[in-house]
Design a protein around this ligand. Structure first.
Ligand code: SAM
Length: 332
């Protein structure tokens, strides 16, 4: 096992059976996490990139089985921020020193590409990168958004197990998700993808496929985390025990894609105390503090108990693990 980790650390290549062996063997976890941490340090350094996350709408046309904002959930209050509100939140974040604004929403077609383009153009009058995370759109729409100045796009594949994907995403198509990711790459976005860990019927075999998919796509960013069951979804009774396996998938992703950006996701912190720091010590180099106003943030409940980042304590926490906050936009 140690020689496999060494191979990954030096060559950034592992076969699928090798990934499976490492995912299955929990006696080597610390070695794996330490190797990922060394690769992170060597390739992307000790700086942590902060991305200011704005959750601008929880109105969703989809029904993903795991997600609390799914269309059929009648127990949440829905909201939609207007362009001037979104721009104001972005300006506040830029004034606080953020170098990237992430605009995330449920899949809400109220926002046409043209509307979003105007918002992006306004935000881009400032010296900032803009990341979008708004779900599946057409090539033409992605192009309008890119032309408006968007730099990056996050769209998790969620799982590469096609059968599982089909079961969890009614009326959606795995092939269209892949089409979106390919379009984003072709249009020149820094493209992020990722997966959920701990889905029912998800196998180690399919997690290995997920990691190899990130490599094959040449993802510029990979965001992943444990499934956290939401009481108003079909997956409400699933056990939330995916933290350590998520950390292993994260570490292996760092070993195989050494120079990409990998966030320590909120789900990691929500399910495990100190989870964000553990992720930062196992390959992650990005943190995405939520800058949505508290009222709306609580309504963007994709899963319960979403942990927020205490911005005032961040620098201190990072210092304790010998890391600093980056002053640049942190492209790949
Ligand atoms: N609608 C956009 C999309 O599909 O990319 C962006 C928003 S979506 C709510 C953001 C991510 O939240 C999803 O990619 C999914 O992996 C994650 N997510 C949703 N429900 C979750 C849950 N119950 N536990 C953990 N992560 C969840």
């Amino acid at each position: 096992m140690k020689s496999l980790i060494k191979k990954a650390e030096e060559s950034h290549f592992l076969s699928k059976p090798e990934i499976i062996r490492l995912l299955e063997d929990n006696s080597i976890n610390d070695e794996l996490f330490r190797a990922a941490d060394r690769v992170r340090k060597k390739f992307v350094g000790d700086e942590i990139h902060l991305r200011a996350l704005i959750e601008f709408s929880n109105i969703c046309s989809r029904n993903c089985f795991y997600c609390g904002v799914r269309a059929e959930n009648k127990n949440i209050k829905r909201y939609r921020l207007m362009p001037d509100e979104i721009i104001q939140l972005a300006k506040n974040a830029l004034n606080s020193g953020y170098k990237t604004i992430v605009l995330q929403s449920a899949e809400d077609m109220y926002y046409t590409a043209e509307m979003l383009a105007d918002i992006i153009k306004e935000i881009k009058k400032n010296d900032t990168a803009v990341t979008l995370s708004i779900g599946e759109r057409s090539y033409q729409e992605y192009k309008i958004l890119k032309d408006a100045g968007a730099d990056r796009f996050l769209l998790r594949i969620e799982t590469t197990d096609k059968e599982l994907y089909r079961k969890l995403h009614p009326n959606m198509s795995f092939e269209n998700r892949i089409r979106c990711l390919k379009d984003l790459k072709e249009l020149g976005y820094e493209t992020g993808t990722g997966c959920l860990v701990g889905l029912p019927d998800q196998t180690i075999n399919s997690l290995a496929d997920d990691i190899l998919f990130f490599k094959e796509l040449d993802a510029d960013m990979v965001g992943l985390g444990p499934l956290i069951p939401h009481k108003d979804t079909p997956l409400k009774d699933v056990k939330a025990d995916g933290f350590w396996l998520s950390l292993k998938v994260l570490a292996l992703t760092r070993l195989l894609l050494p120079d990409i950006n990998i966030p320590a996701t909120t789900a990691m912190e929500t399910i495990q105390s100190n989870g964000r720091i553990l992720a930062l010590q196992s390959g992650a180099n990005v943190v995405m503090p939520n800058v949505t106003d508290e009222f709306h943030r609580s309504q963007y409940e994709i899963y319960p108990g979403k942990k927020s980042v205490d911005y005032t304590k961040l620098e201190e926490k990072f210092k304790q693990i010998n890391r600093t906050i980056s002053q640049n936009k942190g492209f790949r």
